[in-house]
Design a protein around this ligand. Structure first.
Ligand SMILES: Cc1cc2nc3c(=O)[nH]c(=O)nc-3n(C[C@H](O)[C@H](O)[C@H](O)COP(=O)(O)OP(=O)(O)OC[C@H]3O[C@@H](n4cnc5c(N)ncnc54)[C@H](O)[C@@H]3O)c2cc1C
Length: 506
């Protein structure tokens, strides 16, 4: 069994050996050419690991995963929070397998890996275990909540009908209005937020009517090939990431992984790819598979030489990298709701609206941990505030929810800043109404035969999800393997100019 630190030391040994040899050949005084594998897989998240496994399974072992962080997993990351003696591993990033399997129907591959590697999960009831609040405290508006849940289902059905009739996309706000759903009160708006923004990390105004509906249906609706309507939450104290790291251990050799290696430049042509790291290391390969997040590509954190073609840049800049922020609190004593979930309806839509109780027997009993989620522009806003300012706001909301309780200060407080993190620049992609099918094809299309792309954002059916990253790593990895075996290929095709939307191919 190898560990990240073993990887690192083995790699440093290899680096030293290469450095000695290469400096003797004096390629460039400031650079060290580490290796020239056939493929550089840029990024070690789910897409990168599954692409590597796919190459390996297809007999191609001459690859290296290049990852900036000190472990594999990408957005699957943990944080240990709590007072000494009551510390818990919580998930900064994903924590649910969304859709598992129904009978012997299609299985979410993340669920398959979770079971294979024994990751501990717990069914999370998003709809049947709910308490509702507003600015005056506890108020029962479960009827509004149930109506809102039904309206979301109607929205997805209406979107499906548009696809069948090949009608153009609209934004989801138009979709809601067309089905007669026009939330007015804080409670109605908070319930709509729970159905919509809490999943897509953006508002209905900012999201595609059609794509947000199929994002839901292809995952949850068994009638259209979805897995199941269940959400399994990781409660594994090794972290949710354990399954992807354990999967990598089954095939990855130490020399196939470079951790702590941040890419600054990708220079490509139809004959190969050069990749430069922050320390000046130059890696040369026949192909590169870029799995960096859409946010990284949008923000010029990595430069491309030559600049990416116009059709690729338009695709990258037209999808949206949204942000989803979980804010964790630990208290000595439990004073909050006994259900799994709670909604707080503020007069400002999206202000600390979705709460989750981890203190229950089936989750982290005795932990005293509760967390609240914000998304979209609200996430961007709080990332610009200090922890103390955010904590004060969250405590103000809790005090509004419990006007008759003297709430003590939390013993622990933590939230990650995904939007400003230069390795992610957000949490996951969201599809706006102005992103056409052709843009999607161009987002995943190959540039100059040698530069390939994969990740959750390139998934048509499952953008945003872990299983989207998995399927793209598999699919693009398979195409790349075929290309290499054939001695070269044009790669995944692009459309030079998107002149109009055309019918969706799913
Ligand atoms: C807060 C949050 C909650 C989520 N909840 C869920 C959920 O419950 N269920 C679900 O299915 N999905 C969820 N997701 C989405 C899921 O995490 C992603 O879809 C998935 O992890 C994306 O995998 P990926 O391989 O495409 O990209 P990534 O995981 O981003 O992998 C890309 C890798 O590239 C590396 N990298 C970036 N820049 C460089 C550089 N310059 N040099 C070298 N390496 C670099 C990064 O470190 C990263 O490891 C959530 C995400 C977040 C952030």
């Amino acid at each position: 069994m190898f560990t990240p630190s073993l990887f690192r030391w083995t790699l440093l040994g290899c680096l030293y050996a290469y450095a000695t040899r290469v400096s003797a050949r004096s390629i460039r005084s400031e650079t060290i050419k580490v290796a020239d594998p056939t493929v550089l897989i840029l990024g070690g998240g789910v897409a990168g690991v599954i692409a590597a496994r796919t190459l390996y399974e297809n007999g191609i072992t001459d690859f290296i995963i290049v990852e900036a962080r000190d472990e594999l997993g990408g957005r699957m990351q943990t944080e240990t929070i709590g007072v000494p003696g009551n510390e818990w591993v919580v998930e900064r990033g994903p924590n649910w397998v969304q859709g598992t399997q129904t009978g012997d129907g299609p299985e979410n591959p993340i669920w398959g890996l979770v079971k294979k590697h024994g990751v501990k999960t717990q069914a999370n009831d998003w709809y049947g275990s709910m308490t509702t609040y507003d600015e005056t405290g506890y108020v029962d508006y479960l009827d509004v909540f149930n109506d809102s849940s039904n309206e979301y289902t109607t929205l997805t059905v209406a979107a499906g009908a548009r696809v069948q009739r090949q009608l153009v996309d609209l934004n989801a706000r138009s979709g809601y209005s067309l089905i007669g759903s026009k939330p007015q009160t804080p409670a109605e708006k908070a319930c709509e937020y729970y159905q919509f923004d809490w999943e897509y990390a953006q508002t209905p105004e900012e999201s595609s009517f059609i794509a947000s509906s199929w994002g839901n249906n292809f995952t949850y609706d068994t009638d259209v090939g979805g897995f199941s309507d269940t959400n399994q939450m990781s409660i594994d104290q090794r972290g949710f990431k354990y399954f992807i790291q354990a999967e990598a251990e089954e095939f990855l050799q130490p020399q196939q992984l470079m951790l702590n290696s941040t890419v600054t430049n990708i220079t490509y042509s139809s004959s190969g790819v050069n990749v430069t790291l922050t320390d000046g290391t130059l890696l040369v390969a026949d192909y590169a598979l870029c799995t960096f997040s859409l946010g990284v590509l949008q923000n010029d954190d990595v430069s491309f030489e030559p600049s990416l073609p116009d059709w690729k840049q338009e695709a990258i800049q037209s999808m949206v990298m949204a942000t989803y922020t979980k804010i964790f609190l630990q208290f000595e004593d439990d004073f909050w709701f006994g259900t799994q979930m709670a909604i707080y309806a503020d007069t400002t839509r999206g202000r600390y609206p979705v709460w989750q109780n981890m203190n229950l027997t089936e989750f982290f009993p005795g932990s005293g941990i509760v967390f609240v989620t914000v998304t979209g522009e609200y996430s961007v806003r709080i990332e610009a505030l200090s922890d103390e300012q955010v904590q004060a706001e969250v405590m103000g909301v809790l005090q509004a929810m419990y006007p008759n309780v003297t709430i003590p200060q939390p013993t622990a407080f933590y939230f990650p800043r995904w939007h400003t993190n230069p390795l992610f620049r957000g949490s996951y992609s969201n599809w706006p109404a102005s992103f056409f099918n052709g843009h999607h094809e161009n987002l995943r299309a190959t540039v100059d035969q040698r530069l390939w792309f994969a990740g959750e954002a390139t998934s048509l059916k499952y953008f945003g999800f872990l299983h989207g990253a998995y399927f793209e790593g598999l699919d693009v990895g398979m195409s790349l393997a075929e290309c290499i075996r054939a001695g070269g290929c044009a790669g995944l095709a692009h459309i030079p100019e998107i002149t109009n939307p055309y019918p969706y191919k799913t």
